[in-house]
Ligand binder design. Structure first.
Ligand code: AMP
Ligand code: MG
Length: 397
């Protein structure tokens, strides 16, 4: 009888992510200008230093007036108002507006004292420089109240969010020129396999191009990581041993291939026999054989070699651990049936057709086109089937 392994096997996707997060070091922080912060993760909460708008202001070009003065205005019986001044963005009208009066106003300009509504320029007829005729009542809704976006002191951006273009613009509007962001993880990347050849080289029968390293390197950079490309190692204990040693200094080593059940899957053997294993195998398809362990203190995540598996496991387990951003499924209607399997969650490639998701024609984990030509991963929970017409959780690719 063989002894039970000393590490958990067949963990769930969320358990796998939690295990990997626990092995990653606490990221340091950098202080960077907004221009250098795109894609970085905010490492502080950002409060508004000002209110926006700073005062109640106009949302369009026209006149500011008292709504009550304009209620009777129609195209046939326009209401005259006397123009007593102008309010421009950055140059407010200093006085107070009285009954039967108005002020010419432009988008972003503060609403003068005494006024509560805007009449857009399209609804006005000028009768000389100091008189306008309104053909419709003014609208209070064309006013942007003070603090409509945020008030000074409001905490508007929370720690841990990725800085997208919209969030960088918001940080600027809050009054920040620099932000504290997480220091990128340094991730060493290695592909393995005797049959694996760098793209562009001639290919002999039975060989495959190293697509995993290209895809994984891009995924890592998308997560804001610094990539230490260790190239490719042959399927030998010595070659892998040397590559593992070369990754020292990184925060994580990501490998592809050699962690499954095969005789030449030496990455698995090395970690089990000479490293430490945190878990082996995840209850997912594609991607089942993934392995997490440590090599002299360095966390090592062994991705399966199958091209779809390696990229899907990255997206489901590695990315959430590196970025701290959980998976965010959305609900869609299944236009075709999606089959499940017992004891594994299936992540099926799906194509959007209108508001429905259809199964991609080929679900093999070796068919890289299925990822390239699909829009979503459809989540079929363990032991379940999704019939056509049912609602299903999907992850956007
Ligand atoms: P393995 O996990 O090493 O057993 O590999 C499983 C399958 O993935 C085999 O068909 C390999 O040829 C293929 N494979 C392994 N590594 C890569 C890679 N870097 N790029 C593309 N395919 C790979
Ligand atoms: Mg292999």
């Amino acid at each position: 009888m063989t002894a039970a392994p000393a590490f958990p096997m067949f963990v769930s996707v969320s358990e796998a992510t939690a295990h990997l997060s626990a092995l990653l070091p606490e990221p340091g922080v950098d202080r960077v200008p907004l221009s250098g912060a795109l894609g970085r993760t905010l490492a502080e909460a950002l409060a508004a230093r000002v209110s926006h708008p700073s005062a109640t202001e106009s949302a369009l070009d026209g006149i500011a007036c008292r709504e009550a003065d304009t209620l009777a205005a129609t195209a046939d019986q326009p209401v005259p108002l006397r123009v007593v001044g102008e309010s421009r963005a950055g140059q407010p009208f200093a006085g107070k507006v009285g009954e039967g009066e108005c002020v010419r106003i432009y988008t972003g300009a503060p609403l003068p004292l005494g006024t509560d509504a805007i009449c857009p320029v399209e609804q006005l007829t000028d009768q000389g420089p100091d008189l306008v005729l309104l053909r419709r009542p003014a609208r209070p809704g064309d006013v942007r109240p003070e603090g409509q976006d945020f008030h000074a002191g409001d905490v508007v951006l929370t720690e841990g969010v990725p800085l997208t273009p919209a969030r960088l613009a918001l940080a600027a509007a809050l009054g920040h020129a620099e932000v504290t962001v997480r220091r990128p993880y340094r991730v060493a990347l290695l592909s393995t396999g005797d049959e694996v050849v760098a793209p562009g080289q001639p290919l002999r029968p039975g060989q495959v191009y190293d697509s995993n390293r290209v895809g994984l390197s891009a995924l890592l950079r998308e997560c804001g990581c610094e990539v230490l490309d260790l190239g490719h190692a042959l399927d030998s204990v010595d070659a892998l041993h040397a590559a593992l040693d070369a990754a020292g200094g990184a925060d994580l080593l990501l490998t592809s291939g050699g962690v499954s059940m095969g005789r030449y899957d030496f990455m698995r053997d090395l970690l089990i026999e000479r490293g430490t294993v945190t878990f082996w195998k995840v209850r997912m398809r594609p991607g089942g054989p993934a392995l997490l362990g440590r090599w002299a203190g360095l966390p090592v995540f062994g991705l399966p070699g199958n091209p779809v598996s390696s990229l899907v496991v990255f997206g489901l387990i590695v990315r959430p651990a590196l970025t701290g951003q959980p998976l965010r499924p959305v609900r869609l209607r299944a236009g075709t049936e999606f089959r499940g399997v017992p004891d594994k969650t299936v992540y099926a490639r799906g194509v959007l057709r209108g508001a429905e998701v259809h199964a991609y024609r080929q679900q093999s984990s070796g068919v890289l086109r299925s990822l390239s030509e699909s829009d979503v991963l459809v989540i079929v929970p363990e032991g379940q089937e999704v019939p056509a017409g049912a609602d299903v959780d999907v992850l956007l690719l």
